[in-house]
Write a protein that binds this ligand. Sequence first.
Ligand code: WT7
Length: 672
Amino acid sequence: MVLQDHRDVKDQRVYAPIESNSKLSKVGPTLEDRMKQYRESVEQPSQYWARVAKQNFFWKTLWESDDSVFSFNFDKSKGPIDIKWFDGATTNICYNAVDRHIEEGKKDKVAFYWEGNDVGETSAVTYGQLHDEVSKLAYLLKTKYGVVKGTRVSIYLPMITLGPIAMLAVARLGAVASVVFGGFSAHSLSARIIDSESTVLITAEGTMRGDKPIQLKKIVDEALTDAEAQGVACKAIVFERHGRDGVPMKEGRDVWYQDEIAALPAEAASTPVEWVEAEHPLFLLYTSGSTGKPKGLEHTTGGYMVYAHTTFTTTFDYHDDDVYFCTGDIGWITGHTYATWGPLLAGSTSVLFEGVPTHPTPSRWWDIVDKFKVTQFYTAPTAIRALMKGGEAPVKKTSRASLRVLGSVGEPINVEAWNWYYNVVGEGHCDIVDTWWQTETGGHMITPLPGNTPLKPGSASLPFFGVQPALLDPTTLKEVEGAGEGLLVIKHSWPGQSRTIFKDAERFAQTYFPVDGYYMTGDGARRDADGYYWLTGRVDDVLNVSGHRLGTSEVECAVNTHPDVVESAVVGIPHDVKGEGIYVYVCFKEGVEITQKLLDSVKAIVRNEIGAIATPDAVHPANGLPKTRSGKIMRRILRKIAAGQLDELGDISTLADPSVVEELIALKAVWV
Ligand code: WT7
């Protein structure tokens, strides 16, 4: 299968919204309904967001005036970058996500249906139970670990209910969670613990991914030892997922979660919430950028809360008895906003799944959909493409009649995958919401709305309420008017926007506000005559591998730790399932014999340094890299060689040594 570029699709069908969804739609059935609300949201942003924020949340104290619920400066020439929403108000997001629902009579409503890796492992947690578990963990963190407002707590867990519980407990105390994806390596974990200076880590001893046991505690031990050696003493609370046999626990550092919780006094179940300022930090989430070091994006409480809830309820057109299922892991922003905060703030029932879509059979997701009568399902194009390979039969075996809305996130969805999602999974009775957004944006930015927005496969369609996108011409940096293509920027702040990079405001300003007055997304986009946006991919050195974000230099740093490597260069190549694959050029030290084993060891070192998601798809030995006379690596040429587009190399005369190109091509013929 070859990924289609949407611009090659001549026969562009437009799909009218599903009629039954139009009847339900809270925004209204016509695009004019959406545009009317959109116009209000951008013409009177303060009044618009003040109204939304008052309607749906509890604030301990309110902001001063509805005429100015935000202030922001996107222009470095006018002073430091600064973004504030609902400043002066106080609230607590855990209170809004749990306690409030109980007060409103939802104590026995299921918050999470949990489905384990293996069929038969299943449980349900009500809002009442959630409250007790969160309170107890908050009590433990507070009394035993001294966690207070602002303390950073790292979380490294599989997809079990303890994930959201831990996020809630940390927020209950006004502390700051840093969730680290459970597939990351010890090195990645320790780097995040060290940068965030976490004093506690909430983790589990292990998990299963399909047939494969994963011993998380081993990774944790390595990471904590490393962190300690670098001056960050972090303790571990370890959840017993499968058993304690053979799991080493370090005296004075590690405890079992179950033992600690069982030993708490009765009052632990009613730990009060800490009221915090709207701009108090809520969480850090590390993500890749164009330099080697991942950046800890900081989100704050009030604005994120309002944006997570509003986008969740609107984009999925959430109604009270819906059952929602997001396959995203809590280690990513999708799992933060749309597996945890959005659904809980809405008081919804959602499904949390620990396993993989193909275990024990490729029908697993659809079996879960049928089991819980899921109404909204949210996943990534890479997963759709992987399942497409298995054909229609595993899908057709199941009913999926409960589904109304199918969401897509993480990368542009190619037209073939869109059609399969729409016709095979949705059987033509579900709207697809292709949601464009980023870790930095906190929530959806460009997305169709179910029952409302006509769909064009491959387009994320129109901006969400309050979002003001623009396209900049890459050469003049002036705004492109009407239909056209350019760098996607946002002109006005929105409540869910990340406020800074932890301990690095300067990097935040340089990375996201290089052009005064605009938030730079790092993506390119095209806008068509109907105002629909078509995302064309990253314009910086960031790769999108299976919807996961990786910096080319981050991978290069990992490769360069190999003892036989002199230097390396990483580029993306088209990949039929992952969307983008990782292609590594490596210059080895003189005298090193190039063998398959050596190339495999390069793959292994990256996997070890970062995690399995970063495993290179190809390693290409090189005698030299194509560089300009000033020493800059010409990635454009490397991308073309990797993709086999040798007739599109372009001008190579500006290279310091043009002969390296021929050598690279010759070496490719032998090794890749
Ligand atoms: C990058 C952000 C947003 C949660 C998951 C990824 C790409 C994301 C789409 C989409 C086209 C998309 C962009 C963006 N991206 N969603 N629907 N269509 N591209 O979050 O790791 O912060 O990555 O993912 O390139 O910049 P992330």
